[in-house]
Design a binder for this molecule. Structure first.
Ligand code: SF4
Length: 377
C-alpha cells in the first residue's frame, strides 16, 4: 500500500493565542528523544502495514522549522529510508516565518522537500500581535525569498480570516501582499475560537468581538473573489492554487484515501480504521494508537459527504451509486434539486456553490439526513 504520510512535530517557540493544536513551547530539549520515538513508531507501522513507499510526505506541527539542521536530517533520512516517497511525490515542510534560516531551507531541499507551507496569517501588525504570532509580515516576505533562493518553487501561505477586528480592507491588504509574493498556493482559514485558549478568554470577557455572520460571509466571499481574480482557483473550501499546484497530500484527506500519521496526537486512517496517538508526554513514554475504530458503511458515506463536499469538484454520484446503491444516489440528487443555488449537480458530481460553502455544515446535515430518510437508517 502507498498511503500519504504525516509526521507531527509538537514544538513551538511560543504558544499562539488561538492555538489548541498539540504543540508545546519550551520543550525543544525533548526533540532528539522525540525523533527517536517517531522513527521507532515508523518501523512498527511499516511492519504492520507492509508499506513499501508513500504517496506524499508532510512534516507539520507545531513548528518543524524549529528543529536543527541535524535533527531535520536524522528524522527525514530515517523516514525516507523506511518509507521512500513515490517518484514525483509531494514532500512538504511546514514552517513558521519567524524561525527560518537559509541553511535550514537548503538542508530541507537537499533532503527532498519540494513544497514549503508558511503560516503567514495576516499583514497587519496589530492582528499578528492579537494572534500571538512571533513574526511580522516582513519575515514572511523574506522567508519566501529565502525559500526561492534555496530552490523551493512550490510555496504555500496560510492566511486567517474572520478575526476579531479584521476589516475587509485588512483582508484585502493581506491577500494582495501575499499575491504579490507570487506563491503557488494560498490557504485561507476562518478562525475557530477554541475553548481554553487566551483568545477565547478575551472574546468571552468582551474585550474582543468576533465578526458577525454577515461580516464573516462577506470576508469569505471577498477572499474567494480576490484570489480567483488573481488566478488562484478554489479547489477546496479554504484552499486556492495556481493550476497544478493543489496540495496532493491534503486531497488524500478529503477524498477518503489512506494516510498514516506519526508522532504525538497524529491521526491515521488506514484500511478503513481511524486511530490517533496520545499527546507528547504519553507518546514519549511509548504509548500510541488509541481510540481505534473501523468506519462502517454508514460512517463512510457520511464522511464522503462531509469531506468530499469541501472540494469544489464535489462527490461523484456515480461512485455513490456503485458503492451505496441507487436509492442513496437518488436521495442526494433530490435534495440537491431542493437546495438549488447552494448545491449543484453537474457532470455527475454533487458540489456546493460559493454561497453553499458559507453554509457547509448545515448543508452536509441536510444531505446526510436525506440519505438516512431514504434508506431508513
Ligand atoms: S505556530 Fe502553529 S502550532 Fe505553534 S502555537 Fe502557533 S498556531 Fe499553534
Amino acid at each position: 500500500m502507498t498511503p500519504a504520510l504525516y509526521v507531527h512535530i509538537p514544538f513551538c517557540a511560543k504558544k499562539c493565542a488561538y492555538c489548541d493544536f498539540e504543540s508545546h513551547a519550551g520543550r525543544l530539549s525533548d526533540a532528539d528523544a522525540y525523533i527517536s520515538r517517531v522513527l521507532d513508531e515508523a518501523r512498527t507501522r511499516k511492519g504492520e502495514y507492509g508499506i513499501s513507499s508513500v504517496y506524499s510526505l508532510y512534516l507539520g506541527g507545531g513548528t518543524p522549522s524549529l528543529l536543527t539542521d541535524a535533527q531535520l536530517s536524522r528524522l527525514t533520512q530515517g523516514l525516507t529510508q523506511l518509507f521512500p516517497p513515490a517518484p514525483g511525490a509531494e514532500v512538504t515542510l511546514e514552517a513558521n516565518p519567524g524561525t527560518l534560516t537559509p541553511s535550514f531551507l537548503k538542508t530541507a531541499r537537499r533532503l527532498g522537500f519540494n513544497r514549503l507551507s508558511l503560516g503567514v496569517q495576516a499583514r497587519q501588525e496589530r492582528l499578528l500581535r492579537m494572534l500571538g504570532r512571533i513574526h511580522r509580515f516582513e519575515d514572511a516576505a523574506s522567508a519566501v525569498s529565502m525559500a526561492r533562493d534555496a530552490g523551493f518553487q512550490n510555496i504555500s501561505c496560510d492566511v486567517m480570516n474572520e478575526l476579531p477586528g479584521q476589516t475587509p480592507k485588512d483582508l484585502t491588504e493581506t491577500l494582495d501582499a501575499i499575491i504579490a509574493l507570487q506563491v503557488s498556493h494560498i490557504s485561507c482559514y476562518g478562525l475557530i475560537l477554541e475553548e481554553g485558549t487566551p483568545l477565547h478568554a478575551r472574546v468571552m470577557q468582551g474585550e474582543l468581538a468576533l465578526p458577525d455572520e454577515d461580516t464573516a460571509s462577506a470576508l469569505n466571499l471577498l477572499a474567494a473573489r480576490l484570489l480567483e481574480e488573481n488566478g488562484y482557483h478554489r479547489y477546496e473550501i479554504s484552499n486556492f492554487a495556481l493550476p497544478g499546484c493543489e496540495s496532493r497530500h491534503n486531497i488524500v484527506y478529503w477524498t477518503g484515501g489512506d494516510y498514516l500519521g506519526l508522532g504525538a496526537a497524529a491521526h491515521s486512517f488506514m484500511r478503513r480504521e481511524r486511530f490517533a496517538n496520545p499527546g507528547l508526554d504519553e507518546y514519549l513514554s511509548g504509548v500510541s494508537r488509541q481510540d481505534a475504530y473501523l468506519v462502517d458503511e454508514k460512517g463512510a458515506l457520511e464522511e464522503s459527504i462531509l469531506l468530499g463536499t469541501r472540494m469544489t469538484r464535489g462527490i461523484s454520484l456515480t461512485d455513490i451509486a456503485v458503492r451505496y446503491g441507487a436509492q442513496t444516489e437518488q436521495a442526494l440528487r433530490c435534495k440537491a434539486q431542493e437546495l438549488k443555488g447552494l448545491v449543484n449537480v453537474h457532470d455527475g458530481c454533487l458540489s456546493f456553490t460559493q454561497e453553499g460553502f458559507l453554509l457547509h455544515s448545515a448543508l452536509v446535515a441536510e444531505l446526510v439526513s436525506a440519505v438516512e430518510n431514504a434508506v431508513g437508517a
